[in-house]
Design a protein around this ligand. Structure first.
Ligand code: AMP
Length: 286
């Protein structure tokens, strides 16, 4: 079994020892737990590139707004520990709320520009909460590299800017989205879906294939593609609402004309479950 630390003091002391005395490199995979094959991919990447791999498991209350799924978010530390053991993880850091936030933090991180669109627009305060916890984890664990999935593409971009703007001493390594065989992007939140809802959720992936086809046929107008995606999604009974469908460049700037390697990003409600996914045109495996 990996070593389990529940206290940041223990985690920090461990990292200090490994890095300063033993000169070992540390890869960090930050997660909210309920691990799946997407997380496994991040862990494997870290294991290839570092002497030690730390997986953090923490459902960060700061990044959930009132009325979101903080309370019902799936949690199973025993199951996660077994998966980490299978993957040869060295340390699991699963702090308690008291340890992470002994008091309500007075300091917050504000991100300008990058977060007033997409997820940031629909989840105000979300990325401020993400950046706070990521910065805390970096300070406690002192990783050489940290692994983030493209599944949460805006989060990846925000964290890259956090590191750049605050000159943090860590390399951010992006990892491609892992999908089920039928195309559904893996997510801990998929556990909320009934089997009918899961079927409707496949429309997200299929809408990317539709977009690929239209673009290959020469349709380059982003509004046209977005409209086609929306109509396709809403033609599925289980799709209750679309928060957004956007086509951007790699820095999340909206595009009017679709280009090679533009990205489609969307957030969709299937029943009571909010799913996000994204797709790099022309570059993903179909
Ligand atoms: P989460 O536990 O959902 O907060 O995710 C932890 C990390 O795993 C984040 O960097 C996610 O982007 C990444 N991740 C989640 N799902 C996937 C997936 N299907 N493929 C690749 N990375 C993922």
């Amino acid at each position: 079994m990996p070593t389990l630390f529940r206290k940041s003091r223990e985690m920090r002391n461990y990292s200090r020892l490994q890095k300063c005395e033993k000169r070992l490199t540390i890869g960090l995979v930050p997660t909210m737990g309920y691990l799946h094959d997407g997380h496994r991919r991040l862990i494997r990447e870290s294991k290839m590139q570092n002497d030690l791999t730390v997986v953090s498991i923490y459902v960060n209350p700061l990044q959930f707004a009132e009325g979101e799924d903080y309370d019902r978010y799936p949690r199973d530390l025993q199951r996660d520990m077994s998966i980490c053991e299978e993957e040869g993880v060295d340390v699991v850091f699963a702090p308690t709320d008291e340890d992470m936030y002994p008091e309500k933090p007075l300091v917050s991180i504000e991100i300008n520009g990058l977060t007033d669109v997409l997820e940031g627009k629909f989840r105000p305060g979300h990325f401020s909460g993400v950046c706070t916890v990521v910065l805390k984890l970096f300070n406690i664990i002192q990783p050489d590299r940290a692994y983030f999935g493209e599944k949460d593409y805006q989060q990846l971009k925000v964290v890259e800017r956090l590191v750049k703007d605050l000159s943090l001493n860590v390399d951010i390594v992006p990892v491609k989205t892992v999908r089920d065989l039928d195309g559904l992007a893996l997510s801990s939140r998929n556990s909320y879906l009934s089997s009918e809802e899961r079927e409707s959720a496949l429309s997200l992936y299929r809408s990317f294939l539709l977009a690929e086809r239209l673009i290959k046929e020469g349709k380059k107008d982003a509004s046209f593609i977005k409209q086609a995606i929306k109509e396709f999604l809403l033609s599925h009974d289980g799709v209750r609402k679309i928060d957004y469908v956007e086509i951007t460049d790699e820095n999340l700037r909206p595009l009017e004309t679709v280009e090679e390697s533009s990205r489609i990003l969307l957030a969709v409600w299937v029943g009571n479950t909010r799913l996000i996914d994204n797709w790099r045109i022309g570059c993903e495996q179909v």
